[in-house]
Design a protein around this ligand. Structure first.
Ligand code: HEC
Length: 420
């Protein structure tokens, strides 16, 4: 900071006289400061000699400035927010005791609410958070309006997130707008330039991250919890939860219990003349999408396989599908717990403390199995992958090749394998 900056920052000469009644202090044509309440500001009513006012020049000499700073006396209009006492002295000078906080709510809503909404998105984000917390009148409507106008998903989520626990101040229309947001056409969301650049820098398509749908579902759950029964009925169609990922609906017939040897000789055929639509359909109907993030959608039971082609050659990719337990990535490995009575339970360890273990046996449900540690004899890494075997047994060989091409193409229709 140079000295001209310093002048711009504080156009007024601040003169603070201490020792006045309680928390109040005196300002001479300026702003008084209210010291933070605490033991140090206890009132002292003992008689004192009158405070003799110094001239501004005299007062200025008592200021200690860091090296490189210079202070200039400038004229300024009195800027007095909350005068409590105004007196003139014998020389005709006006003294004002200003009580910051006087006639304001303790938390200062009155001071900041009028600033909201501002024309600055960053400031609005901060104000939304504070004013929602303070329950400022009208804040819900203003924030819902900002939500409707916010262009980027990041900005929208900020408002949606902070509004989620607000119980009162909603009109039915604002409630509707709020819940409709979760079903909006996301193609209309703009991308923030920073975010776009981060993805571009690492050469990847912009995605939301695999936990995104869950975060949104949690925000919505909190918001639904603030609704009255009447509101829930009224908003039923908007708050109905869609499965995070559409479950496959098509019933498929068993084709063959495919082995590596059946397909490996044909693997070269996955490189060209493939059918994109059939590949994509296979990915859904054989449930891959329920467990794997692929591009911008999919579940998170297993790893993101958008870029699987860069980690696996075609043969190994086929092997992960036909023989999932041959190589199990340890991050996803299940454990088998053997109880003292001989029973075994296999699943993903999702919670552990001194007394108990919690296992998730089926990754696609929320059925949890609790085990007392005192009942456990041993636990071993499971040799079975959480990814089921035989998923592609309802596909024809051609469809399996389409599926491989679809994964290798990262889900992109423009890929050479689909060229006609
Ligand atoms: C019930 C959940 C589930 C389903 C359904 C599922 N997978 Fe998996 N998959 C997993 C898990 C968990 C892993 C990681 C454990 C492992 O390596 O065996 C995995 C691993 C993989 C891997 C290796 C990824 C890596 O980076 O190591 C590929 C590729 C893969 N699956 C493809 C598929 C395809 C294709 C389908 C559909 C035919 C599918 N998966 C269906 C759960 C599933």
């Amino acid at each position: 900071m140079n000295d001209s900056h310093q002048r711009r920052q504080s156009p007024r000469l601040w003169i603070l006289l201490s020792g006045l009644i309680g928390a109040a202090s005196l300002s001479v044509f300026g702003q008084a400061r209210v010291p933070a309440p605490g033991p140090a500001s206890r009132a002292d009513f003992a008689p004192k000699p009158p405070v003799t006012a110094k001239t501004a020049e005299e007062q200025a000499k008592t200021f200690v400035l860091p090296p490189g700073y210079r202070m200039e006396l400038v004229l300024s209009d009195p800027d007095i927010d909350t005068p409590a006492v105004v007196e003139f002295d014998g020389n005709g000078r006006m003294f004002v005791v200003e009580l910051r906080g006087y006639e304001q709510t303790l938390d200062g809503i009155d001071a900041i609410a009028p600033l909201y909404p501002s024309s600055n998105p960053q400031l609005n984000r901060e104000l939304a958070q504070v004013l929602i917390y303070l329950g400022a009148p009208g804040v819900v409507q203003k924030t819902v309006d900002l939500l409707s106008r916010a262009e980027t998903q990041e900005e929208q989520i900020h408002y949606v997130f902070h509004l989620r626990t607000v119980k009162s101040g909603w009109t039915p229309e604002d409630r509707e707008k709020y819940f409709a947001w979760f079903k909006r056409d996301r193609a209309k969301d703009k991308r923030s330039p920073e975010l776009t650049k981060w993805f571009a820098d690492v050469g990847r398509d912009q995605t939301d991250g695999s936990s995104f749908p869950k975060f949104m579902a949690n925000i919505k759950k909190d918001a639904v919890a603030t609704l009255s029964d009447a509101e829930k009925t009224q908003l039923a169609s908007l708050i109905a939860t869609d499965a995070v990922v559409q479950r496959p609906t098509a019933e498929r017939k068993f084709v063959k219990e495919w082995t590596m040897a059946d397909i490996v000789p044909s693997l070269a055929e996955a490189a060209s003349g493939r059918n994109f639509r059939r590949g994509r359909e296979a990915f859904t109907t054989t449930q891959c999408i329920l467990c794997h993030k692929f591009g911008t959608e999919g579940g998170s039971v297993g790893p993101d396989i958008t870029g699987a082609a860069s980690r696996f050659n075609r043969r190994d990719l086929l092997e992960t599908i036909i023989e999932p337990s041959k190589v199990i990535s340890d991050q996803y490995q299940n454990i088998t717990v053997t109880k003292k009575n001989g029973d075994e339970v296999t699943g993903r360890l999702v919670e552990e403390n001194e007394q108990r273990l919690v296992l998730l046996a089926n990754p696609l449900t929320t059925d949890r199995t609790e085990l007392k540690k005192s009942d456990v004899a041993k636990r071993t890494p499971s040799k079975l992958s959480p990814m089921p075997e035989g998923l592609v047994n309802t596909l024809t060989k051609e469809e399996i090749l389409d599926l491989l091409a679809y994964i290798e193409a990262g889900g992109k229709r423009e890929h050479a394998a689909f060229a006609r």
